[in-house]
Design a protein around this ligand. Structure first.
Ligand SMILES: C[S@@+](CC[C@H](N)C(=O)[O-])C[C@H]1O[C@@H](n2cnc3c(N)ncnc32)[C@H](O)[C@@H]1O
Length: 272
């Protein structure tokens, strides 16, 4: 990876470690402000506000406070008893806890994150929620430490936009999914009319804006990675021409490794 890519990834790790520490110290997650490093304390576009009261009631308070997502992938993924789920960039563990409850004791929920402080927070939250069928792994979403064909459903909440190598992430998702496996992902997605520069002008990379793919790039990337029945549905606008979105698809064949453009966002790594 380029130096810029490495630097950007380290900036992401540092900012989300800070965010986990804020929750550990009794505060709310966020990069000095609201969630996913968006501006404002009670921002309805990001974080725990995107979960209904019933789901929030199933969670320890710290897990809800740690929510930094831009959607609610556990709802869109339609999880079933006995399934194995993988959450990419599991943060404070909110979606792993909810998934573990959905798939029940016969199922398993993995959380994968690169930030030690987030993994520690997630472990604590899962323990507090009484979850026994969750495993948190340290690693990169571009290099998933799980065998091929081992997962039924991949979920992720506002993380893929942060990756500096999105083709690698989509290829890895396809590799770990069993044939017929599916994705239910929440992410920030740009309208096709916005250039990479336009996106960088609307927000930072760590704030989940500058690194967002466009709808067309997401669709092409998933198709190239071996997915069918692809849908990218905008749910709520988070900046001019940028949306919280639900991405669904089914793995039907092996990846052709043909990629989508690697987005190297302009140097906009500043938080919030
Ligand atoms: C915006 S937060 C979302 C956390 C969680 N999904 C949620 O909804 O609260 C992004 C998380 O992804 C992790 N992350 C970002 N890039 C990553 C990468 N390339 N590999 C693994 N984890 C990553 C960060 O450490 C952080 O915990």
């Amino acid at each position: 990876m380029s130096t810029t890519g490495n630097e950007l990834r380290e900036e992401v790790r540092r900012r989300y470690a800070e965010s986990a520490r804020a929750v550990n110290e009794g505060g709310k997650a966020g990069c000095g402000g609201g969630s996913c490093c968006a501006d404002g304390e009670a921002d309805a576009r990001f974080g725990g506000a995107l979960y209904d009261a019933e789901q929030r009631g199933e969670l320890p308070e710290a897990a809800a406070l740690a929510s930094l997502g831009c959607g609610n992938p556990t709802v869109v993924a339609d999880l079933r008893e006995g399934e194995t789920v993988l959450d990419l960039g599991s943060g404070g563990g909110i979606d792993v806890i909810l998934s573990a409850k959905r798939v029940g004791e016969a199922g398993l929920a993995y959380g994968l994150d690169m930030t030690d402080e987030m993994l520690a927070l997630a472990q604590r939250n899962a323990q507090e929620a009484g979850i026994r069928n969750a495993i948190f792994l340290k690693g990169m979403i571009e290099e998933v430490p799980l065998p091929a064909d081992s997962i039924d459903v991949v979920i992720s909440n506002c993380v893929i936009n942060l990756s500096t190598d999105k083709p690698a992430v989509l290829t890895e998702i396809a590799r770990v999914l069993r044939p017929g496996g599916r994705i239910g992902i929440s992410d920030v997605v740009a309208e096709d009319r916005l250039s990479v520069k336009d996106r960088a002008e609307r927000g930072s990379h760590v704030g989940c804006i500058a690194g967002a793919l466009s709808r067309g790039e997401y669709e092409a990337g998933l198709e190239g990675a071996g997915f069918e029945r692809i849908s990218v549905e905008f749910t709520h606008e988070v900046a001019d021409g940028m949306h919280g979105a639900i991405i669904k698809a089914v793995k039907t064949r092996q990846s052709e490794q043909k990629g989508l453009p690697v987005i190297q966002p302009a140097a906009s790594a500043g938080c919030c």
